[in-house]
Design a protein around this ligand. Structure first.
Ligand SMILES: Nc1ncnc2c1ncn2[C@@H]1O[C@H](COP(=O)(O)OP(=O)(O)OP(=O)(O)O)[C@@H](O)[C@H]1O
Ligand SMILES: [Mg+2]
Length: 357
């Protein structure tokens, strides 16, 4: 089986390593278009970290978060509480963290689980996590908390929105106690935009963009995989630096046919998403109001991409939100730029819009 080695990301890795070298001070939001390689970057970094970092990595992608109990279950990991070699139950926090350096979940004993579940409020869960992180520090190591697909927390309601309690907890862990590094990862750019304009996070967080590879990194990747000059040019033209797309071509018999086929498929999908607005009246929930989406308003936004690859936006309209939700466009609130989710999306949008004129 062919395995694709982790490629590049020198700049991003250096940036994160620099943050990890200093004491925790701000929450770090890692964001970027879909499939740009955020999870791969974090996993690679975790593998490379020295043993004196204890990483708690939680990916919420497959978790169903409908209630407070779901939220707690998504964070905590019960299985680690039994030492598999001796079958001895680990009772104390010290025993719990004694052998862990990389875990997918917060280890917890049954006894503490009862405490955490007790009153349907996150207060106990957070105070337990602080105790655990303090224990990690007492053992001479540095705790790091990573929540991937973080936007899913936004769906959970516990007497108001859980996310605000979580933000306060993160601020406490970083800026106030300097106890634990916190990374929150998301591809949901509308969610990141809301975080970005959230007053309570002002001056308490930083943003790290993980975008598709740039041209030099893409070409270096393709050279590693034996692409000819012509194949490199064609791949950059169709796929830009989107890692999944590049891997798809690495594994294809006919790279040109595959690239053209991917573009054709995406064009069909986008065409369907947009043209359907001519037939049915679709609505979107926007700032708690139900708004009618108009075909002409949507195409006006897309038309700009006939000549541009990206542009500065003034405000996120319901139409932009619709196109972002459909994974056609990506909004970067930090640079104030809007652009297609990938080069393939850009080409497909252009094809659709040319057909429309
Ligand atoms: N630097 C890299 N080197 C090699 N392969 C990579 C790299 N970055 C990403 N990939 C591959 O590209 C695919 C998509 O990456 P990944 O899932 O990390 O993206 P993501 O940004 O986390 O996606 P999502 O938006 O769904 O969260 C994965 O199969 C991954 O292995
Ligand atoms: Mg991911």
């Amino acid at each position: 089986m062919r395995k694709i080695e982790f490629h590049d990301r020198e700049k991003e890795l250096k940036e994160v390593r620099n943050l990890l070298d200093a004491e925790p001070s701000l929450i770090t939001f890692i964001y970027g278009p879909i499939n740009s390689g955020k999870t791969a970057l974090i996993n690679h970094l975790i593998e490379q970290l020295p043993e004196d970092y204890v990483v708690f990595y939680i990916n919420l992608r497959t978790k169903i978060l409908a209630s407070y109990d779901d939220f707690i279950e998504s964070l905590f990991e019960m299985e680690l509480t039994t030492d598999l070699t001796s079958r001895k139950r680990r009772e104390t926090l010290k025993e719990l963290i004694s052998s862990v350096t990389r875990v997918t979940g917060i280890p917890i004993t049954r006894e503490f689980m009862d405490y955490v579940f007790q009153d349907n409020k996150p207060k106990n869960a957070f105070s337990y996590m602080i105790k655990l992180f303090e224990e990690v520090r007492a053992s001479g190591k540095q705790p790091v908390l990573v929540l991937d697909e973080f936007q899913k927390i936004g769906d959970v309601n516990v007497d108001g929105t859980l996310i605000y309690e979580l933000f306060n907890f993160f601020i406490d862990l970083t800026k106030e106690q300097h106890l634990c590094h916190v990374f929150a990862v998301s591809s949901d750019s509308l969610f990141i935009e809301r975080v970005y304009s959230e007053a309570m996070l002002e001056g308490r967080c930083r943003y790290l963009l993980v975008d598709d590879f740039d041209e030099a990194a893409t070409k270096a990747f393709l050279v590693r995989h034996g692409f000819t000059e012509a194949e490199k040019a064609l791949t950059w033209e169709y796929c830009g630096g989107k890692p999944v797309c590049l891997i798809e071509l690495v594994n294809s018999e006919s790279r040109e046919n595959k690239a053209k086929e991917m573009c054709r498929i995406r064009k069909g999908q986008i065409d369907q998403r947009i043209r359907v607005l001519k037939i049915v009246s679709k609505k979107i929930l926007f700032e708690e109001e139900t708004i009618d989406l108009k075909y002409d308003h949507i195409t006006k936004i897309l038309e700009v991409f006939l000549d541009e690859e990206s542009y500065a936006y003034e405000v996120i309209t319901p139409e932009i939100a619709y196109l972002v939700k459909a994974n056609i466009l990506f909004v970067d609130p930090v640079s104030g730029i809007i652009k297609p989710q990938s080069r393939l999306n850009l080409l497909a949008i252009r094809e659709v819009m040319k057909g429309d004129n």
